[in-house]
Design a protein around this ligand. Structure first.
Ligand SMILES: C[S@@+](CC[C@H](N)C(=O)[O-])C[C@H]1O[C@@H](n2cnc3c(N)ncnc32)[C@H](O)[C@@H]1O
Length: 278
């Protein structure tokens, strides 16, 4: 199995063959989300749980522009660089550039690869991070099995963090309250909307022992905050995914932005973080 087998319209699952303009929109959205206090708190939460030692070897799989890898490199006093891998050469290059700008060039090493099967030796990592990767892959079980293979036997730990995108909703004043647009968004930006609910079972099936978990609810009510950059990106990403024509995507985003300006916006999703041992 590899990512080219993905049958969902999810644009984040198709980054290996998207045009530069779309990838630029995505990179801006990922960076805005990564700077938000919610994502910074999530990373701080799992880093506190991991309590990394200086010699730890960390892999960030599906790194995008390296939001998690750069945070880990900044926050943890690691002697070895964090390895950051993504299937998109464009996003990897953007991450490399950002790491250089932030003085982290020698603390994060970026590479291109498919998380279903990486050309890396077995058992080489103390920690594998999947920070909003698993919702976009063609075969979550295969990716979890690959994560397990890369972990040090007996001591390696896997962190899986992602949205429970089946719960993601943006209220509109359409007759259905936004149900149809919720489904279009879910199809256009996520391949596995229910995978985080299945994670306790999938981890067990992959031979990993669940050790810690945390649930989060991210809700913007009245004004828009966390969801702002993501919603702005829908103007480009939803037509690119083929789930809404450009005109409808723009009208949807206009309506949500108007609701926020009038202090009557509602947007929410659950998110979950899991930590499991090999
Ligand atoms: C929602 S983004 C998250 C990026 C980053 N971890 C973050 O939180 O900002 C999902 C990322 O997974 C990558 N991706 C999707 N399928 C992949 C695969 N099979 N192997 C490696 N990366 C993949 C995409 O290129 C994209 O960068």
């Amino acid at each position: 199995m590899d990512q080219t087998r993905l049958r969902s319209p999810d644009v984040y699952g198709r980054t290996f063959h998207l045009d530069e303009q779309t990838l630029g929109v995505m990179a801006a959205r990922l960076e805005a989300r990564g700077r938000h206090p919610f994502f910074q708190q999530v990373i701080a939460d799992y880093l506190a749980e991991l309590a990394l030692e200086g010699g730890a070897r960390v892999l960030d799989l599906g790194c995008g522009t390296g939001v998690a890898a750069r945070s880990v490199a900044r926050q943890a006093a690691l002697r070895r660089p964090v390895l950051a891998i993504d299937i998109s050469a464009h996003l990897v290059e953007a991450g490399r550039h950002l790491a250089e700008q932030e003085g982290l060039a020698d603390r994060v090493e970026f590479r291109v690869g498919d998380a279903h099967a990486l050309r890396l030796p077995e058992g080489g990592f103390d920690v594998v991070l999947m920070h909003t990767l698993i919702s976009h892959v063609a075969d979550p079980s295969a990716v979890l099995a690959e994560g397990r293979r890369l972990l040090r036997p007996g001591a390696g730990r896997l962190v899986v963090f992602d949205g429970d995108y089946a719960s993601m909703t943006f209220a509109t004043d359409a007759r259905d309250g936004g149900e149809a647009t919720d489904l279009a968004v879910q199809r256009g930006i996520v391949a596995q909307p229910r995978v985080m609910r299945a994670m306790p079972r999938l981890l067990a099936e992959a031979g990993l022992e669940l050790a810690w978990s945390r649930g989060y609810l991210m809700a913007d009510i009245g004004r828009m905050d966390f969801w702002q950059a993501g919603i702005a990106s829908f103007r480009v990403l939803l037509p690119k995914a083929g789930v809404l024509p450009a005109e409808e995507a723009n009208a949807f985003v206009d309506a949500l932005e108007r609701a926020a300006a009038e202090n009557r916006f509602f947007g929410a999703s659950a998110f979950y973080a899991y930590l499991a041992r090999r």
